[in-house]
Design a protein around this ligand. Structure first.
Ligand code: FNR
Ligand code: 8K6
Length: 346
């Protein structure tokens, strides 16, 4: 492999990464009681500190944002303390780590928090909760505008908590069909108020969250993950294109740490985007772009040299290979990923 991916990359004036590899956010469902990060999680992230930037597994911003068992939070003092161990371990190894801030919207279930399931509109997701197949998703209640304003404040507070916990920044989870993405697609946003009905309105919540967090912790510490191509948890609609054109155009006028494609397989082509989600974002956004989706070190190097994106996020291979960077540097074989590996943190 061309070793240039292993050279430092200046994300901005505040943050320089040791190399151009990013650990993709990977939900592991291993938090302890109270959704507090554990010592095992600190050791797991610490083992990967030589990756240029670690994006944490998705972290819920408040109790009703939970959609899977044992996903960590960032709203209680105990959770902040737990994350401090994680960020210390990563920093001790010379790494950088962002927290991925998450609310699942309609993909939550009262089983987790005994509260209502909230979403842009009262449109249910057909199916059952992964790992808890006896739980069927419910029809959510549409958020009021006062509740939307509260959510924006809760995202900003979670970002401030992340900085308190020692994170270098946050990645807003605006991808994969969760709450923010539910506002951005016509399948799940049927609102007729200032948060629905037009591209400007449908993009409003995402931009309010971005702006509230950037105002609180700095735009240079704020990244955003987006899925302009719908591929999981909701259906795409040709009209979504105009929503993302507006949103990404607005993001392009702001100074953020980066945009990150939310996808599992970046060879997927979306009719309404005119091709791959990453190519669409590259064409409309001029800041740092993180590509992802079944990348190898070789295909990542090719894509970066071709200018398709700037940084390469690696997911499943980093579950299987805590020493991924060393193996790439040495040209060593990688251990193949298998789903059975999700059972423990190696
Ligand atoms: C994921 N992915 C994911 N994405 C995200 O934005 N937040 C998350 O918490 C998770 N969690 C998660 C768990 C597991 C077990 C997998 C396999 C994936 C998606 C992930 O970040 C990435 O986009 C995909 O895995 C594609 O990259 P790879 O695995 O092909 O390199
Ligand atoms: C973000 C929370 C996810 C919880 C665990 C997800 C595990 C998924 C692992 C299988 C990956 C297969 C890729 C298929 C693409 C469709 C996306 C689910």
């Amino acid at each position: 492999m061309n070793t240039s991916l292993l050279q430092p990359f200046a994300l901005n004036d505040t943050l320089t990464l040791a190399n151009r590899f990013v650990m993709a956010p990977l939900t592991r469902c291993m938090a302890g009681p109270g959704l507090v990060p554990t010592e095992q999680m600190a050791a797991y992230y610490g083992r990967r500190a030589d990756v240029g930037l670690i994006v944490s597994e998705a972290v819920i911003i408040r109790p009703d944002g939970q959609g899977y068992p044992n996903t960590p939070g960032l709203y209680s003092p105990e959770q902040i303390q737990g994350w401090r161990k994680v960020t210390d371990a990563v920093h001790a190894g010379g790494g950088k780590i962002f927290a991925q801030l998450w609310h699942v919207g309609r993909l939550s279930h009262p089983f987790f928090h005994h509260a209502e399931v909230l979403a842009p509109s009262a449109v249910a997701f057909e199916g059952t909760v992964p790992r808890m197949r006896e739980l069927s998703y419910q029809t959510p209640r549409a958020l009021t505008s006062a509740e939307i304003a509260q959510l924006v404040r809760d995202y900003a507070q979670a970002a401030a908590n992340a900085i308190d916990a020692g994170f270098d920044g946050v990645e807003i989870h605006g991808a994969n069909g969760y709450l923010i993405d539910q506002f951005l697609h016509h399948d799940t946003n049927l609102r007729t108020d200032e948060y629905g009905g037009s591209p400007t309105n449908m993009a409003r919540f995402a931009l309010e969250v971005v702006d509230a967090i950037a105002a609180r912790i700095g735009g240079e510490r704020t990244g955003l993950r987006l899925s302009p191509g719908a591929y999981v948890h909701l259906n795409g609609d040709a009209r979504d294109r105009a929503v993302f054109d507006h949103l990404v155009g607005e993001l392009d006028r702001r100074t953020l740490a980066y945009l990150h494609v939310g996808i599992f397989d970046d060879t997927l082509s979306f009719d309404y985007l005119g091709g791959r989600a990453s190519d669409y974002l590259r064409a409309h956004y001029h800041g740092t772009l993180i590509g992802v989706g079944q990348l190898s070190a070789e295909s990542a190097a090719e894509a970066i040299h071709a200018g398709r994106f700037d940084l390469a996020a690696i997911g499943r291979p980093l579950i299987a290979n805590p020493d991924y960077i060393r193996r790439v540097r040495d040209g060593a074989e990688l251990v193949p990923y298998s789903e059975a590996m999700l059972a423990e943190l190696i």
